[in-house]
Each structure stands twice: as C-alpha cells, then as structure tokens.
Design a protein around this ligand. Sequence first.
Ligand code: 6R9
Length: 635
Amino acid sequence: MSNYHIKHFEEYFHIYRKSINNPEGFWEELAEEHFVWHKKWNNILSWNFETPEVKWFEGAKLNVAENCVDRHLRTRANKTAILFEPNNPNEPAQHITYQELYHRVCKMANVLKQQGVKKGDRVCIYLPMIPELAVSLLACARIGAIHSVVFAGFSSSALEARISDSSCKVVITSDKSYRGSKTINLKEIVDEGVKNCPSVEKILVVQRVDGQVEMQEGRDLWIQSLLDAADADCPIEIMDAEDPLFILYTSGSTGKPKGMVHTSAGYMVYVAYTFKNIFQYRENDVYWCTADIGWITGHSYIVYGPLANGATTVLFEGVPSYPNFGRFWETIEKHKVSIFYTAPTAIRSLAKESLEYVEKYDLSSLKVLGSVGEPINEEAWHWYNDNIGKKHSPIVDTWWQTETGGILISPIPFVTPTKPTYATLPFIGIQPALMDDQGEELKGNQVEGRLCIKFPWPGIARTIWGNHERYKETYFSTFKGKYFTGDGAFRDEVGYYRITGRVDDVIIVSGHNLTTAPIEDAINEHPAVAESAIVGFEHNIKGNALYGFVMLKETGEDRNQDNLRKEINQQISDKIGPIAKLDKIQFVEGLPKTRSGKIMRRILRKIANKDFSNLGDTSTLLNPEIVESIIKDVL
Ligand code: 6R9
C-alpha cells in the first residue's frame, strides 16, 4: 500500500507534487494496487476541457459493486459493513456483515433482472434511509443498471421531473417512511409522481411501516416476497471504465435539475482514496456520515467510499432532534463512532440547544470530525471542536460538489494543521485556480477570486444526462479550458483556501465586491445569534446595500432589538470593516433552506427587494412555511 495513506505534512507535499507532475502515473499506481480489474486500461487519461471530455482508465473492465462487497469476503466476511440505526432508538440496530450484504445485494440484483432491468437501464430509487437503499444502489451497480436516487423528501413533481428526464424503467420505494415523530406516505407521492411517466414499468415497494398503501395491479409489487424467492448469488456484469454508474440530480439555483452523470472506474478510485485519507480511516473505525444517501455526500461517503475500503458505515434513518437533541451524541456513544461527518446546518441547530444534551454522553470514541455542505462559520467550528471533538479530534472542512464526485479541498487530519473556516489545501491531484473578473488567473497568495480547477481528477462528472451542451455551458465556458465551480474563494498567506460562498451571491456595495460567508461569520459570532444570511437590496446611493436575516438563539430572555442591531454592526465593522455594515437587520424565526440544509439566499434576495410575486420554485425547500413569516415582517 505504498502511497495509500498519507501520514505527515511533508509526505502530503511530496505526494501532491508527484500527483501534479505525473497524474497518469500517480493514479495508475493507485488503481493497480487496490482494486479488482477484469482487464487493465489501454489509456489512463484522455481529456479536453473545451469539448469537454474526460476519460479515465479507458479500456479497463471492472464492476464497482464487486469492489465494494465481494472483494472483502475473503478477509472481512463477518465484519459489519452497514450498521443500521433506526429512527426509533428503541428499535434494535442492525449489524449487516459483508457476507450478508453480499447476499442481500445479489437477491436485489436478481429481482431487478427478473423485472426486466438490463445493463444501461435507469432505475429510480426513492427510499428512506433504510438498508434497502444502500442495497439497491449496489444491486444496480452489480448488474450495470444506472441508479438515479431521488431524496425521499422531494415532492411528487420533483420526483416526476427526475424520473422523466432519464426515463427510468423501474422505481424502488417504500410504503411509508419514518421521520422523527412523523410518518410520510412515500408510495402515495410516487403514485402521483409517475402519472405522467410512461417509461415506468414497475414499482417495487419495500414495507417499512404498516403496508397500508394502494398497490396497482400489474405495476406495483411488494419486494420482500420477490427477495425471499430470489437466488442469493448473482453474477456481476462486467463494465467498461467509462460506463455510467449513476445519475444524481443537482438543482442549482435556476432552471431544471441537472442530471450529473458519474462513471465507474474513476469515481470508484477517487472516492476510495479520498475516504481513506481525508478521514484517516483505519480498519477498526466506526464511521458515520449523517447525510442522506439522496445527496452526493451519501453516495460517495456513506456507500461507495467506505465500502470500497471495507469499512463499517452507519446508516441513520432518523433526524438530529428526535426523540431529543441528544440523538447524534447518544448514537456516537452507543456505536462507539470514531469518525463523524456532518453539516454546518446540523451543527448550528444543535449548538443552539443546551449543552446538557452533549454532556450526557461519552464521546471519547471520536477521532476525526468532518463538515460538508456550506461554509462552516467560526462560531460553529469552535462549538464543534470544543464540545464534540474536545479539542483533540481534528475537523476536516471538506469542500466539494455533486459535480466533483468526491472531496477536492480539505485538510488531512493529523497531517494538515487546521484553521477555522478554511477548507485549507487541495487534495492530492487537485489543481485549483482563482480567477479574476477579466478571466485572468490570480497568482500568488492573499488573493480572492472565482474558484476553478485546471486539470481533471478521476471523480469529475462526465456530462449532464441528455444535455452535454448544458454541461459545457455551465462549467466550461466561463473560463476557457477550466472547470468553473460557481464558488468564490480566498487564498491566504500560506496558500490555504477559504470558500467565501457562491459567486451568484456576491453583493457589490459602493463598488466593493462582498462575499457572504465572511460577513455571516462575523454576525454569527454575536453570542445571541444562532444563524444568519445576508443578501443585497437596491439602494439609490450605494447601488446595493446589505440586508441581514438573523435568527437568534432561544435563551428565553427578551433582548432589545435595536441594541442587538448596533452590536451586530459593530462586530461586522470590527471584523471586516464599515463597508460591510448592514443597512437592515430583520430578526427571523428561521431561514429558508434547501432540503440538504443549504441557506436559499435567492429567495431572501427577492424578499429583501420586495419582489414577492416571483419567488421561484419553493417546493424544494425544507421549510416553505418560513417564507411567509419572513415576508410578513420584511423591513
Ligand atoms: C458536497 C456538496 C455544492 C456546494 C458547493 C459550495 C457548498 C460544500 C462546502 C461548501 C464551503 C464547504 N459547499 N461544501 N462551501 N465549505 N466545506 O455539498 O455538494 O450539494 O452539490 O453542493 O456546496 O457552494 O459549490 P452539493
């Protein structure tokens, strides 16, 4: 395992340089040593960021599910692969070994085949966070079907758009799902969603709750009886390196969702290698990523990355607040979790609750903490570091995207010195560039610009399903020959990167470009503030001025709002400068968020500009009701 595990900072630089000077050689050596191939590649990499086209390990033959499951049977058959923690903490957890996982995946694969699914067919998976979800992904991979997972919190119209875009043949769902104290009728949502989807031939239904749902004769089938009857072995389909493994839709801020296509070999190699190093994974770790498999984080770092390493990965069905705000910490104690990966939105929501929820539990098993999804503000970083990591578990602030397949910028724990709010350094093989508005690359340090990547890495999405032109237009046309991420970033004096927010959210105030993350960071440092979002609104002198939406912590005390406004602005003035002071501050009960927990500044911008008629699609929001209450009190 020559260069698989990076152990110290000099080694990081050494391997990084090697990966840049000779990318082909670097990735080839890694791919050769750690995976099962049925045929080796003819060509390691061919690429062109103008057409754009990227191919890794062309000509190689493999099966990703075999690499994630079968490959471990010789040495890890009785090791827990998936540790299922149900929504209800009194329902027993399930320890699914690699051997059991193998049989469950084979059975599911055989059921799909019986229902007519063949290599290259699309299968939509709309399931709650239960073992069948991970099993379905792997079953598709086993037979070469392309999975398209849709987060089971999306509405029927969002589901319909995704099913019809990629003409899925089969949908796998469940009767209902548990979510905290609620039960959601998923099957009903699917019935509604497939009404205008002629491609769907079969709906396979897992019974998770009471089975009290309507089944349409000839189309809908209970999956359990089919699984029981299916053979527990299923041959793998041998796939080409560049055959699609899955489609995953990312909504973006405008337009119809983009079906990002990830292929087999490069994706597998990249997620396996990043998982191992970015979490400093060791054989006996218990790893828990709290994301949903419906997002890229779940695909890469609940399923494929951990299983490719033979790890034990926790699959959590519930929510952080059920039955109380101690659920995460209780679960860490219960399963002796050593690596914990979550999102800033979850950290902020738990940090505003009493510390007693944390202190009740023994968190001494923890070794590494991770964050993903949004910039983590300084206050949340410290709360996480002090109370969860007890200052000895490094926090990896991992920056990446659905499009990138795996993590691109992140510290390596115990290797890279961390710095709050900084995702720090590019991962091995990643060549970032910051660009100015004229399209020139900014050289040197202490610069801020638009974040691009100059060279392909194995995990990059290859296209948008059915629309290569849009792929080119969205990611490769802003800066010629470079992949444009849509994010802004600052590179500090030692070369560390700080992600400053989406460039669509940049606000120009009196000619100054202001990014959202550093200002929100300053606001959140106020002890009374739980969370905040800033947007621009039209101002006849400054062009734009800043409008802050601020959610306070629930302390029970009645604070004077005018004083709070002054204190918040003082804090911004001290940390960033008077130019960034907010003209308006509205105190709100919550912020509109996407279902993956990202703040929707687009909607807030419209509200701040009193453009209420045209708020765009709010159906993808986690909390659409909050929009009404914010509009009511707009300043
Ligand atoms: C993995 C994931 C991608 C966008 C990305 C950026 C934001 C993700 C971040 C971060 C700052 C981090 N983002 N991680 N911003 N620091 N550590 O979230 O994928 O859902 O496609 O979102 O999320 O703006 O461009 P996806």
